[in-house]
Design a protein around this ligand. Structure first.
Ligand code: SF4
Length: 481
C-alpha cells in the first residue's frame, strides 16, 4: 500500500515553491497525499528562519505535529532552519527523525543527495518541553558556496530548483528562478545559508511552467520569485549585460530578467514579479513589466534615509525611489506598488523615522509590509551599536502601519464604482492585477464565477485591503483595470 505524506509550509513564497517541489519528488517516489497530518506516514515541516518570530512559529509547528502524528510516522524538518541550525536543531528536537538541509532526500528510498547535510537527532538528548524558547540556536558556518554548486557547474540532481512540480490546482503559481543572493545587506542572513546566487536557465523555467499547466486547472498567472529577482542569470558567465555604443552614448544590453519576463508572458496571461532591488529597476525592466499588462511593482526598499541605507549596505535614498515611482506612474497611471521596510535598524534616528513617515505619505503605495529589525546572528547589523529599544521600535512600527493602513484603505475606496478584471482563484474569491496572491488583498465575487476564469466585474464596496465586486457584462479593452 502506498505511503502517505503531509507537508507543512512556513514562511515566504519561495518556501512554498520548495514545498511543491518536495511534493513532486515524493509523488514521484510513490507517496500519496494524506488528508490530515494525523494520517500521514511521513510528516515534513518546511521551516522559515527569517526572524525570531518565524523561528518560534516553525519550532512550535514541529512540536505540534510531533504530538499529532500517528505512532510510527516519521517527522522530518527541512527548509531554512534546518539548513541554518541543522545540528543544534537535531540535538534540541529528539522528536524529529531527520533534520534535512537543502538537497537532502526526505525518506530512505529517495535518490542520494548531491550535497548531503542531513542530521539524525541523538536519542538521548532531553526534549524541548513543548516550547520554542528552550531551543537556543547558533548559526552553522556559511556553506562552501562552490561545493553547493553556485557558479561552478551544473546544479546538483536533487537541487530543489531542478525538481519537478505537480500541476497546479490554482490558476496561479509561484515559480522560483534562482536561489541564493550575491548582495551583502547588513541585516540579512540569507546569503550565509542559501549561498551565492545560482540561476536556472530560461528553458528550465519555461519547462516548469508547462509542468504546472499540465493539469485540470488553467494556469493564468505566474509569479516569478527569487531572493534578488532582477539579478536573474547575472551569476552565469556570459550573461552579464555588456554595454555597447551605437553611434552615440553607451547603452546597456537588455538583462536576462527582461528576456525571461518576455518569454514567460508568452505562456500565461499574467506575469508578476516579486522582490525587485531598487537599483535594478531600470527603464528596460519597467518597460518589460508594463508590456506584460500587469503593472505591479514590488520594490524591496527597506528604508528611505540615505545614511541608514548606507548602514544597511544598500543602494539608494527616498528621493530617487520617489522619482522612479512617479516616472512609472507617468507611463502607467494605474500602476500598483508594494514595498517593505525595516523599522528600528540600529542607528535609526527620530529624523530617519520622520523621513520615512513623510515618504510613505508622499509615495501613496498600495501595499507595504513593515518588519521590526531582528538582529540575526552573524550579520553585520547584529554587531552595530545604537540598537533601537524594542518599545521605541514597536511605537515607530505602529505609526508607520497606521499611516499606511489608511493610505491602503483610501486607495481601495477609490476603486469603488470602477470596472476591473479579476482572475477567479477559488469559489467567491478573485484578484485583479493589483493584488499578488496570498500577499495583498482579495476581491470577493459571486461564488458561481468559474475558478480559473477571468471576469469583468464592478467594484461595489471595500473593507480595508479587500474589495467586493459584482459581475459586469461587457468587453475588455485590454487596459489595466
Ligand atoms: S538582496 Fe535580499 S536576500 Fe539578498 S542580501 Fe539583501 S535582503 Fe538579503
Amino acid at each position: 500500500m502506498a505511503e502517505h505524506y503531509w507537508v507543512e509550509t512556513l514562511g515566504c513564497p519561495k518556501n512554498q515553491v520548495d514545498s511543491e517541489k518536495l511534493v513532486g519528488s515524493l509523488v514521484g517516489d510513490g507517496f500519496v497525499a494524506a488528508a490530515t497530518p494525523e494520517e500521514a506516514d511521513l510528516v515534513v515541516v518546511n521551516t522559515c528562519a527569517f526572524i525570531e518570530a518565524a523561528r518560534t512559529e516553525s519550532i512550535d509547528t514541529v512540536l505540534a505535529l510531533a504530538d499529532a502524528r500517528r505512532p510510527g510516522a516519521r517527522l522530518v524538518v527541512t527548509g531554512c532552519m534546518a539548513e541554518r541550525y541543522g545540528d543544534e536543531l537535531a540535538a534540541a528536537l529528539p522528536e524529529v527523525d531527520l533534520v534535512a538541509g537543502f538537497g537532502v532526500p526526505l525518506h530512505p528510498s529517495a535518490p542520494p543527495a548531491a550535497t548531503p547535510t542531513g542530521r539524525t537527532p541523538p536519542a538521548a538528548t532531553p526534549p524541548a518541553a513543548g516550547s520554542a524558547t528552550p531551543v537556543a540556536l547558533t548559526r552553522k558556518p556559511p556553506p562552501d558556496v562552490a561545493s553547493a554548486g553556485a557558479a561552478a557547474g551544473p546544479l546538483p540532481a536533487f537541487d530543489l530548483l531542478n525538481l519537478p512540480r505537480p500541476p497546479t490546482t490554482a490558476p496561479w503559481a509561484y515559480v522560483k528562478v534562482a536561489e541564493g543572493c550575491d548582495r551583502n545587506c547588513g541585516f540579512c542572513a540569507i546569503p550565509s545559508f542559501r549561498g551565492k546566487q545560482r540561476s536556472r536557465t530560461t528553458e528550465s523555467v519555461m519547462a516548469e511552467i508547462r509542468q504546472l499547466a499540465d493539469g485540470d486547472t488553467p494556469l493564468e498567472e505566474v509569479v516569478l520569485v527569487a531572493q534578488d529577482l532582477a539579478s536573474f542569470a547575472l551569476d552565469r558567465s556570459g550573461e552579464r549585460p555588456a554595454r555597447r555604443s551605437i553611434d552615440g552614448p553607451m547603452i546597456a544590453e537588455s538583462r536576462p530578467i527582461v528576456e525571461l519576463v518576455g518569454a514567460v508572458s508568452t505562456m500565461v496571461r499574467r506575469t508578476r514579479l516579486l522582490y525587485l532591488y531598487p537599483s535594478a529597476l531600470d527603464d528596460g525592466l519597467v518597460d518589460a513589466v508594463l508590456s506584460t499588462g500587469v503593472p505591479y511593482f514590488d520594490l524591496s526598499l527597506q528604508h528611505v534615509s540615505r545614511p541608514l541605507l548606507k548602514r544597511m549596505r544598500r543602494w539608494g535614498e527616498g528621493e530617487r525611489f520617489l522619482d522612479r515611482i512617479h516616472a512609472i506612474r507617468r507611463d502607467e497611471p494605474a500602476s500598483a506598488f508594494r514595498s517593505s521596510f525595516i523599522i528600528g535598524y540600529p542607528g535609526e534616528t527620530e529624523e530617519d523615522h520622520d523621513h520615512l513617515l513623510a515618504w510613505i505619505e508622499a509615495a501613496q503605495l498600495d501595499w507595504v509590509g513593515f518588519f521590526p529589525f531582528s538582529p540575526e546572528e552573524g550579520t553585520f547589523a547584529a554587531g552595530l551599536d545604537d540598537q533601537v529599544p524594542s518599545e521605541l521600535m514597536a511605537e515607530r512600527l505602529r505609526e508607520c502601519a497606521e499611516l499606511q493602513d489608511a493610505i491602503t484603505a483610501t486607495r481601495r475606496d477609490l476603486l469603488i464604482g470602477t470596472e476591473v478584471e479579476v482572475l477567479v482563484d477559488t469559489p467567491g474569491e478573485g484578484r485583479t492585477y493589483r493584488e499578488a496572491p496570498e500577499i495583498d488583498g482579495i476581491v470577493s465575487v459571486p461564488r458561481d464565477l468559474e475558478v480559473g476564469s477571468f471576469a469583468q466585474v464592478m467594484v461595489t464596496g471595500a473593507a480595508g485591503p479587500d474589495l467586493v465586486a459584482e459581475p459586469l457584462v461587457g468587453a475588455h479593452d485590454g487596459a489595466p483595470r
